[in-house]
Design a protein around this ligand. Sequence first.
Ligand code: GLN
Length: 492
Amino acid sequence: MNKLTDLTIARALSGLKSKEFSATELTKAYISSAEASRELNIYVEETFDVALQRATLSDKKLKSGDAGSLEGIPVAVKDLFCTRGIHSAACSKVLNGFKPPYESAVTEKLWDSGAILLGKANMDEFAMGSSNTTSYYGSVTNPWSPKGAVKKLVPGGSSGGSAAAVSARAALAATGTDTGGSIRQPASFCGVVGLKPTYGRCSRWGIIAFASSLDQAGPITRTVEDAALMLNVMAGYDPKDSTSVNKPVPNYALNLNQGVKGLRVGIPGEYQMDGMSPEIKQLWDKGIEWFKNGGAEVKDISLPHTKYALPTYYIVAPAEASSNLARYDGVRFGLRKSGDDLQDMYSKSRAEGFGEEVKRRVLIGTYVLSAGYYDAYYLQAQRVRTRIAEDFKQAFSNVDVILTPTAPSAAFEVGANMDDPISMYLNDIFTVPASLAGLPGISVPAGLSSEGLPLGLQIIGEPFNEHNVLISGQFIETAANFDSLPQYICGG
Ligand code: GLN
């Protein structure tokens, strides 16, 4: 048998069921692995004692035959999810020390199904970022490094800790959230699978809000099947979230290997950007070939408003963020600095509590929502957002899924792009359009860059058709046969 930390969820579940190993043994293996990888700064809060207690309970349940569907599976949870009595700070100083008295709906479902919390995963502050370098608790280091060089790379963001945890074997799976790419882009950078479900598929209740019309929870795993197993538990209607959609949750893990024969796969010309890196283009071409060889009908499509997606996102997301983050005023949550009067207390608490990127977004958001600019920026961005959604709707009258690269590059060095927010924002160029349209998307590792770093391909699907996204993702996984491991694990 492989090391316990090499198993997928599917394999671990069968091993637990057949008593090959216990939930306690599996949890202990992950705790050792998480301890050994502390230098990567993946966890901002470790809950190993609670995990071991929970594993004992899982072992009892496995014995008595009332195990849940993820019984005994040790997971990391992005610090954006509120966890009852356990530090939850969105990796911001303003929330440092906050222990919510409630549990997010998605994590509640995970615990009900028997999953075990190993700890809270590092992330960009309030999920704003593409490199996990804006966290109050410091950057995360990607477990991958370039061939023959010792360089610290970013894991992507904002769910960088979650993706690094799964890649470095510091968790069997993790939760992430994706507002403009924060599940898919770090998954691509860390060589793991990241699934952003349709907006409304998973409850946002208890997830610290960034941009409410975009935020969506989803799994980060090592395989597509594992993503389906996690989504089976995470998805579902929640009356506490008014944007959650009341649709039955199918079994996403069924028929994943059905292949892509006859599937209509769209290739959007507009994603072929000027100056696109040749290796990203080659990877995309390789993906197209795989689908053709698999019997899919590959078609060129047009999504004409693609070039407006990034500027639109960087108006809508900061606008919503500036409003959502108004609640951190030093009165009810987290950090409070004393001031001469109430206004001064607010200003000092916020000035001290928020990092630079968060302040930038609050400023942009407040500006685009202010009287006189609202129509020119915010309202206009909302109109363009509708056009972008219509582009996809039109495209989906001819195709079933859309294939694109996930990110314009492989992981970059810690510190790169830091003094140029625009170049940092360009990381999201391929992920943001689907977010604006609320569509499901997956990133699956598909190859290595010339430097030996993982690169992902993205599949975008129709609303609530996660099935097509997953079968296409499974098809890429099988075709790519991506079995490289991060240097951090294999020492290569
Ligand atoms: N990188 C994007 C941003 O900074 C997306 C973040 C996210 O999806 N949470 O806003």
